[in-house]
Write a protein that binds this ligand. Structure first.
Ligand code: C5P
Length: 402
């Protein structure tokens, strides 16, 4: 299900937003309406509550004065629409002003934004408004309208808000652009594994699980049914995702093999241990009487290799290569050796990128030999980009090329 935050500002066209919300709900979207104070003078929040089936938010504070979790509204949205978007809203958004719930949500969200401007033709033509529109366009904001025609002020001209149907079509177009995984099953692995030495010690790694959790969230947003097989992490699992917790590489293998056969795509983002102690002591290993301790390690099962050998036709496999130095040469080698469709290579020695960071800089290597080097970007953005490529391979959308 697509989650939409629908902002309504104080333009006369606010009444048309009611119909747009109703149509989005009919199309199966979950719509949460956020109104500005001025908008509430034109249409009652009760009307939007009734058509959306969700509470309507207006203020940064609720009736008891407690702050509303605007960050959650912003974070959980797949799309933010503002209709009508007044000249005032465009100006605030263009300059990063966040003085109410709607503008705060717009500043905090990473979801695509669709604006339906509506205003008097002189306001629309004003150089300030035109400049703000250019700024927003350059930043990747989507627009629908405005149209020319009769305006609420009695004048004729440009500034009339797009019709509800056009707004809904534009929203659906953005979802299609985002890639579609509805009806698909996706398995994502995340985090590092822990290989026990004794009841209290283990061999682990620095993986935080952030990349895998972001991939699971992105897949879910694009409509997939998602299973997340995760090593120990401190992260909250994304909403609507089935979580299977594991600890060791062997447990991860078992969980993956149980789920993978029914999946359209398997994304192995987990940092699986390559070696595990041959034996794990039943009792805590004692220090007394020992000057040194030798551990014997044995290879763990190569889950990705096994998956690629036994995979069903059409299943998409994505592997990760976390390397330190000579990234591309090793990644190219691994792409072939692992038999994956996409290999995501990242240099984990770069500061602020890779293990436990919120950002990642990656190169995507495709089975057909093409490569796509990406800039440093938030893991959530990289995750969305990878899943769009997966959707492309599954036939949801044409592959993106730089
Ligand atoms: O060979 P390397 O461990 O660097 O390959 C990394 C990729 O292989 C990752 O996608 C990781 O999840 C997967 N892997 C695996 N089983 C292992 C080790 C790594 O599936 N035992």
């Amino acid at each position: 299900m697509n989650h939409i935050v629908f902002g309504v500002t104080g333009g006369i066209a606010a009444y048309k937003a009611v119909e747009a919300v109703r149509q989005l709900v009919l199309r199966g979207c979950d719509v949460k309406v956020v109104m500005t104070e001025h908008a509430t003078r034109l249409v009652g929040p009760e009307t939007f509550r009734a058509v959306s089936g969700n509470p309507v938010a207006v203020s940064l504070f609720d009736a008891e004065g407690k702050p509303i979790e605007h960050i959650y509204l912003a974070r959980d949205a797949d799309l933010v629409i503002v209709a009508p978007a007044t000249a005032n809203l465009l100006a605030k958004m263009a300059h990063g002003i966040a003085d109410d719930l709607l503008t705060t949500t717009l500043l905090a969200t990473r979801a695509p934004v669709l604006l339906a401007p509506a205003m008097n033709n002189l306001m629309y033509r004003h150089p300030a408004t035109q400049h703000n529109l250019r700024l927003l366009r350059e930043r990747g904001v989507h627009f629908v309208g405005p149209e020319s025609g009769a305006l609420a002020c009695g004048e004729e001209g440009e500034g009339r808000m797009a019709e509800p149907q056009q707004i809904v079509d534009a929203a659906m177009g953005i979802f299609a652009l985002e890639g579609d995984l509805s009806g698909k099953r996706v398995l994502v692995t995340a985090g590092g594994t822990r290989e026990p030495l004794d009841p209290v010690r283990y061999i682990g790694n620095r993986s935080s699980g952030k990349m895998g959790y972001a991939l699971a969230a992105a897949s879910r947003r694009m409509g997939a049914e998602v299973t997340l097989v995760s090593g120990p992490t401190h992260l909250q699992p994304p909403a609507g995702v089935e979580l299977v917790r594991v600890e060791t590489a062997a447990e991860m293998r078992e969980a993956v093999m149980a789920v993978a056969p029914g999946c359209d795509a398997v994304i192995m983002a987990a940092a699986v241990a390559d070696f595990a102690p041959r034996e794990s002591s039943g009792d805590k290993i004692k220090r007394r009487g020992k000057e040194s301790l030798t551990l014997e390690l044995v290879r763990t099962p190569d889950i990705l290799g096994e998956l690629s050998e036994g995979r069903a036709a059409g299943q998409v496999l994505v592997g990760f290569a976390a390397e330190t130095g000579d990234l591309l040469a090793r990644a190219r080698e691994k792409l072939g050796a692992k038999g994956v469709d996409i290999l995501v290579a990242n240099d984990v020695s770069l500061p602020g990128s890779g293990f436990d960071a919120d950002y990642n800089r990656a190169v995507l290597l495709f089975r057909d030999g093409t490569e796509r080097a990406l800039d440093l970007m938030p893991k959530a953005e990289l995750a969305a980009l990878i899943m769009r490529e997966v959707a492309g391979l599954l036939g949801g959308k044409a592959r993106e090329r730089p």
